[in-house]
Write a protein that binds this ligand. Structure first.
Ligand SMILES: Nc1ncnc2c1ncn2[C@@H]1O[C@H](COP(=O)(O)OP(=O)(O)OP(=O)(O)O)[C@@H](O)[C@H]1O
Length: 944
């Protein structure tokens, strides 16, 4: 902006402003100019801090308590090497350093790729903006908006940048994000005078606020950090992503392990010191090295990187199934969802409306044909009835913004399918041309979920008068009527007639039909807003009284084919499904029953009933009722709150701008990708690309699978650490028994070297852990109840398995060592390096066997053995790496290993398999217990 500033944008004259911005109010910028401005001025994004430089991001990988521990280990090894006379190279220290660096670099690469993948996904949900460029209306991402763009606004839009209004029709904008004012502010073009506070600049719209009603056209005066929102954002750093609860818990486990390790290391060192006595410098060094080995053993170094990779692969998988998760934390919340509150229209149903019946005072007309093709007939019984039907359909079509289009024999509706259904039925009756010629629209009072109706003012050229035509929820419309059409007469709407018409509506609704009423009234010429198109809609709204009721239509909106199965799946998974709809209670109840959301005794509670309910009644209704109908968006928020207060984890769907607060408040806000407004998509934590209920259930399932996989690799990695710690601990304590002391000739000797343990943790363990992270479903995750929130990822049962597996691994490893050492069963192999190599190999292979066991805490490892090819490849990689570290001379020096012959290899592998058999035995017992418990639980669960 050359001369206009944030402060003056509302005060300069429009002509000056447009000159200053070098743009045209009608045609906007040329596409080339817009591109040039985007290049010069940067994208329309809020970014307070510059992105972190590469070196700082790599360094951040080292800022981890576990890494500090390893660095201390490096220091100790170096000191030990120096005390021992500084001969040759400090191999241990070098190897540990190298491994730490390699780990950081690998972690960095993996995490960056994961972040990029997630960012690419999030970009799919970035808000869009509609602008006029080169005279054409174009949709672009909000980030591409530049100064001078002409921005078009309509209900549900999130305002992309700051702009000055050129036109507005009943425009209201919620500016709470900026001013804290919760009520939407009316906006209109004009030039303001003097210093005006932000909240009163009614001729401006601001970035990050939401259009709650009406339409408008604005010229963009500021973008990105130059906007009012940019001023606010400067204070916040938005670039950092918060850790998810899961990441925090894993971080906690890491820190806890670090603390335990230090404690164990101190205890072991002191014990060794006291029991064996440390007489020589060598002994002192060995005790220190022992501490190092233990530290290295207990720390799952690769864990953080693997976790972020697995989460990101998970969200990519969900995206392929049309569920775009906006933050990684939602993946785990999804898995624990216990209630899904879903809209009806378009989510549980297909949103393909076809008018089936028209009910007027003279009778019921059936409409034949399905879909949007206008092939069918309206079967009217009499001339009077035909006249009434014509008015109903014409009225519905007049109060509609949809378009019916035929391309290559295919009929489609652009816009709201409910409105499209009127256009189709009207064509079946053959009155659409007549309507087109006879009426001109003067103004519109838009449909909102709160109003549940829409009206237009029309000039009727045939009769030279102005009429207001209203269509909407028939009960709402009927309330505003005082007379009713009867043939070509208008008669007063007596209580008796009102009851008869209501009964008609109820009857249609009871057959799962979506009902719509149509009414009209003549309007005094003096009441007619004169300015065509930008009429004062609020005044027109005042005219929606004393209407003449024309009749109602019943439309079918078939349930989505997959919806009933998805509801059944949700129930099986212990998830309650609640329907919350703006539609008629009877329609809602019928469909809910058909889909199994409620049983035949279940009832529907209406918004009016909810309004009357006090807090405790409301809580009880939220607990016991599965169908809420004729509700307004505000009710959704109250329902979420009540369910959450009851300890539920709530997923809530929404599409309209007024649904945003409920979506924000829910544990998982699910926004509709097709029908959802930009504001709703911003508020949701997940966006459904296909608006389909079944996709939510699929996402829950996927969330549970991801969570299961995280458990799998945690079980796997932590058992490995446990095995290593126990091996070192008992190796030292039982050194005499095993023959270690004798073989080494020293008082104290470590069974495995620190570098060998690092090798396991970082080389042979990583690939299988990653493969477990992408494991296909092994157990039926939808057969369980939702995970309670606050339930630990690593619960007591899992710790039990980790300790059990670790103990078996340590036993196999030490037993192998014992076999190879003096007095052991394997002749000619009693040299310490060979025995240590065999023990090391046993531990590595025990881990490779354990991969298969770790896939499920209950199902046998042999079940579906080949279903995860990554896993087989990872195990093969682990085995080949182990052969390399044992047989390649350079690696032998680095890792203190010696060649083994075939027989030794086979013995080590056979010993390693012990862990697999032990786990199979444990699972067998566990399964038997589960079956018994399952039978009891089955009986108990029949009640819910
Ligand atoms: N375009 C429209 N014009 C006038 N009235 C409408 C229109 N669309 C819907 N209605 C009426 O308003 C009621 C509420 O609509 P709303 O959009 O809140 O919910 P819904 O579409 O019925 O269902 P859901 O809340 O399940 O998506 C509808 O039942 C219908 O009677």
């Amino acid at each position: 902006m050359d001369t206009t500033t944030l402060e003056t944008a509302s005060r300069v004259s429009l002509d000056n402003l447009l000159d200053d911005l070098r743009t045209d109010a009608d045609d906007g910028l040329s596409p080339d100019e817009a591109e040039r401005r985007l290049r010069d001025e940067g994208p329309n994004e809020l970014r307070s801090a510059p992105p972190m430089p590469l070196w700082r991001r790599i360094l951040a990988q080292f800022q981890d308590p576990l890494i500090y521990l390893l660095l201390i280990a490096v220091a100790i090894s170096t000191v030990a090497w120096w005390i021992e006379g500084a001969e040759g190279l400090p191999v241990d220290a070098l190897v540990i350093t190298l491994v730490v660096i390699a780990n950081a670099v690998l972690g960095f690469i993996q995490e960056s790729r994961a972040e990029q993948a997630v960012a690419a996904l999030q970009a799919m949900t970035h808000p869009h903006a509609t602008v006029v460029r080169g005279g054409q209306t174009t949709e672009i991402t909000a980030g591409e908006v530049v100064r001078g763009d002409i921005l078009l606004l309509s209900e549900g839009d999130s305002v992309a940048a700051d702009g000055r209004l050129l036109q507005a029709s009943a425009l209201r904008v919620a500016e709470a994000a900026l001013t804290g004012e919760s009520a939407a502010v009316g906006k209109k073009p004009g030039t303001l005078d003097g210093e005006i506070p932000l909240g009163d600049r009614t001729n401006m719209v601001f970035s990050g606020t939401a259009v709650t009603q009406g339409t408008g056209r604005a010229v963009i005066t500021a973008t990105g950090m130059a906007t009012q929102m940019g001023e606010v954002a400067r204070l916040l750093d938005e670039t950092e992503r918060d850790d998810t609860p899961l990441e925090r818990e894993i971080g906690f486990v890491g820190k806890m392990l670090g603390a335990i390790v230090v404690a164990i290391a101190v205890v072991v060192m002191v014990t060794v010191w006291l029991v064996s006595g440390v007489d020589t410098l060598d002994d002192a060094v060995t005790v220190l090295l022992l501490g190092v080995s233990l530290a290295v053993a207990a720390v799952p170094e690769g864990l953080p990187a693997i976790l972020s990779v697995v989460l990101s692969i998970g969200v990519q998988k969900m995206a392929r199934r049309d569920a775009i998760v906006k933050d990684l934390g939602s993946v785990e919340t999804l898995g624990s969802a216990s209630v899904i509150c879903s809209d009806k229209t378009g989510t549980l149903t297909s949103n393909e409306m076809t008018v089936q019946e028209i009910r007027t005072l003279s009778g019921t007309a059936s409409v034949t044909g399905v879909g949007y093709a206008p092939d069918g007939e309206v079967e009217c019984g009499s001339e009077e009835q035909r006249f009434e039907d014509e008015l109903v359909l014409m009225g519905g079509a007049l109060s509609s913004n949809a378009e019916l289009r035929e391309t290559d024999g295919e009929w489609e509706v652009l816009g709201d399918p409910t409105e499209g259904a009127f256009l189709v039925a009207e064509r079946k009756l053959g009155v659409h041309d007549r309507r087109d010629n006879r009426f001109t629209r003067l103004a519109e009072v838009p449909f909102t979920s709160d109003r549940k109706r829409m009206s237009t003012l029309q000039r009727d050229h045939d009769r030279d008068e102005v009429v207001l035509v209203t269509k909407g929820a028939p009960d709402v419309v009927l309330e505003r009527c005082t007379s009713v059409l009867c043939g070509d007469d208008v008669v007063p709407l007596t209580d008796e007639l009102r009851a008869q018409l209501s009964a008609d509506i109820e009857e249609m609704s009871g057959q799962a039909m979506r009902t719509m009423g149509v009414a009209l009234r003549e309007v005094d010429a003096g009441d007619v807003p004169d300015d065509k198109g930008v009429a004062d809609a609020e005044r027109a709204e005042d005219l929606e009284t004393e209407l003449t009721y024309l009749g109602a239509v019943g439309m079918i909106d078939p349930a989505r084919e997959e919806a009933a199965d998805a509801v059944a799946d949700a129930h099986r998974a212990g998830i309650r499904v609640i329907m919350i709809t703006g539609d008629h209670p009877a329609t809602a109840l019928r469909i809910a029953r058909d889909l199994g959301i409620t049983d035949d005794d279940g009832r529907a509670v209406s918004g009016v009933e909810l309004d009357r309910a006090d807090d405790s009644t409301f809580a009880e209704l939220a607990r016991s009722v599965n169908v809420f109908a004729r509700v307004a968006p505000e009710h959704k928020l109250r329902i979420v709150d009540a369910l959450q207060a009851d300890g539920q984890i709530v997923a809530m769907t929404g599409d309209g701008v007024n649904d945003a607060p409920a979506l924000k408040s829910a544990d998982i806000g699910v926004a509709m990708g097709i029908t959802g407004t930009e504001v709703t998509k911003e508020a949701g934590s997940m966006v459904l690309r296909d608006d389909n209920f079944a996709t939510i259930v699929a996402a829950v399932e996927q969330g549970r699978v991801i969570f299961d996989n995280i458990k799998k690799f945690l079980r796997y990695l932590l058992s490995s650490n446990m095995g290593e710690v126990l091996t070192v601990f008992f190796g030292v304590v039982l050194a005499g028994l095993i023959g270690l002391t004798e073989a080494s000739g020293a008082a104290i000797v470590v069974p495995l070297l620190a570098t060998q343990i690092l090798w396991i943790n970082l080389v042979t363990d990583s690939a299988p852990a990653l493969a477990l992270g992408v494991d296909p479903q092994t157990d039926d995750v939808m057969a369980r109840r939702p995970r309670a929130i606050g339930e630990r990822v690593i619960d007591l049962g899992m710790w039990g398995i980790i300790v059990f597996v670790g103990a078996v691994m340590a036993a196999s490893t030490l037993l192998t060592m014992d076999l190879f050492l003096v007095g052991g069963l394997i002749p000619g192999s009693d040299d310490l390096t060979t025995a240590r190599t065999a023990a090391f190999t046993t531990l590595v292979f025990a881990q490779l066997f354990n991969v298969f066991s770790a896939r499920s805490p209950i199902t046998s490892a042999f079940h579906g053995l080949g279903t995860n090819r990554w896993l087989l490849a990872a195990v093969a990689f682990g085995a080949v790496s182990q052969v390399a570290v044992v047989e390649i001379p350079l690696l032998q020096t680095a890792f203190g290993t010696a060649s083994l012959d075939l027989r030794h290899w086979l013995i080590a592998i056979a010993m390693a398999s012990g862990v697999l058999w032990a786990e199979e035995a444990r699972k067998l017992i566990n399964r038997a217990r589960h079956r018994r418990r399952g039978r009891e639980a089955d009986k108990a669960s029949k009640g819910w």
